[in-house]
Design a protein around this ligand. Structure first.
Ligand SMILES: [Zn+2]
Ligand SMILES: [Zn+2]
Length: 343
């Protein structure tokens, strides 16, 4: 403790700590310069500029969300089903297995990255970024100017003899710097991430079906049970038959109606009836209905990437019905439109 006290109060350490400050003071003294100007510059650079930057960065996230939701592309974000439709249509169009794999296996990240790319594009078009940035910059500049005016007044409202001109000039310089500094690359570092905000607003809970990984379609965050109108062949979510080690092509809605059993890490590898799935997944509602068929979209995807999915999950490809093999890309797209009620 003694040593700590000594080291903290050691004149040499103290001198070292404030070396830069002392040096500037000494230089001012030596050059007989008024140090007010320098102190004002330091104040603007080290206090005002970071505060302005912080304000702008915090406001931009929310502003971008509003901008996207009201822009000409807002239709894409207007409803969850239209959004899902857009993403899945693009996947079909790109014909890239890795993208399908990412979308199914890492759904939330895939969608957030997708939204982020969309925001980047939107922000670089029509000078949207500059407009939002300048708007926020103007708000904070006005606030600071007001505060300076307030601070330079005496009790009776009379202006104090201090010259606020240099501070006003410094702030206008800060503005110029910030216009350059807050560039589009700032988008990746915003404290409120617009892609997360949009995901939450448009997608709701983001939970996936424990069997086929279809995302929950219930509105908003406050719903008692997760549900989806159409489930997918479970092989897409990685389920395989233990005896044949083939990917499963059956839908969750069919299996929860059957006498079949499943097992996974959640059941600690113990067999459990599909019918009683709520024992392990009480938050999900999967209607038992053997008449529901998978959409042509997912049938097409499973046929097209059967080998790739099998390779990924280290099992054998699914035994898909022959009729599935005849589905064309156009029919898959039609199936997608039907699934989301898009005309
Ligand atoms: Zn499912
Ligand atoms: Zn849900």
């Amino acid at each position: 403790m003694h040593r700590k006290y000594l080291s903290e109060n050691d004149p040499k350490t103290q001198l070292k700590k404030y070396k830069t400050q002392y040096l500037s003071d000494f230089l001012d003294l030596y050059k007989q310069r008024d140090d007010c100007q320098r102190k004002a510059t330091d104040f603007a650079r080290f206090c005002i500029k970071p505060a302005m930057e912080d304000y702008i960065n915090r406001s931009l996230g929310i502003d971008i969300v509003e901008e996207i939701l009201t822009s000409s592309h807002s239709a894409q974000y207007s409803s969850r089903s239209f959004f899902q439709y857009n993403i899945q249509q693009e996947l079909l169009h790109n014909e890239d297995f890795d993208k399908f794999d990412k979308y199914i296996g890492n759904y939330e990240k895939y969608v957030k990255d997708w939204i982020y790319q969309h925001i980047l594009q939107e922000m670089s078009e029509n000078e949207s970024w500059c407009k939002l940035k300048n708007k926020n910059l103007q708000i904070i500049v006005n606030k600071i100017t007001e505060a300076i005016e307030q601070a330079s007044k005496g009790e009776n409202g009379v202006l104090l003899p201090d010259d606020t001109e240099s501070i006003t000039e410094l702030i206008s310089n800060m503005r110029k710097y910030l216009i350059k500094d807050v560039s589009l690359s700032t988008l990746a570092k915003l404290p409120i991430k617009p892609q997360d905000e949009l995901f939450n607003r448009v997608f709701g809970c983001g939970q996936l079906c424990p069997f086929c990984k279809v995302p929950c379609e219930a509105g908003g965050k406050e719903h008692k049970k997760h549900h989806a109108a159409l489930h997918r062949p479970q092989g897409l979510g990685g389920y395989s038959d233990l005896d044949s080690s083939k990917l499963v092509d059956a839908l969750c809605t069919t299996d929860v109606h059957s006498e079949k059993t499943f097992r996974n890490t959640v059941t600690k590898s113990q067999w459990h009836p599909y019918k009683e799935y709520t024992t392990y997944y009480p938050d999900w509602h999967i209607p038992p209905d053997p008449t529901i068929e998978a959409s042509d979209y997912w049938k097409y995807v499973l046929v097209k990437y059967n080998d790739r999915f099998a390779e990924k999950y280290k099992v054998k490809p699914a035994d898909v019905p022959n009729a599935w093999r005849r589905i064309t890309k156009e029919q898959a797209l039609k199936g997608l439109r039907e699934a989301f009620n898009i005309k």
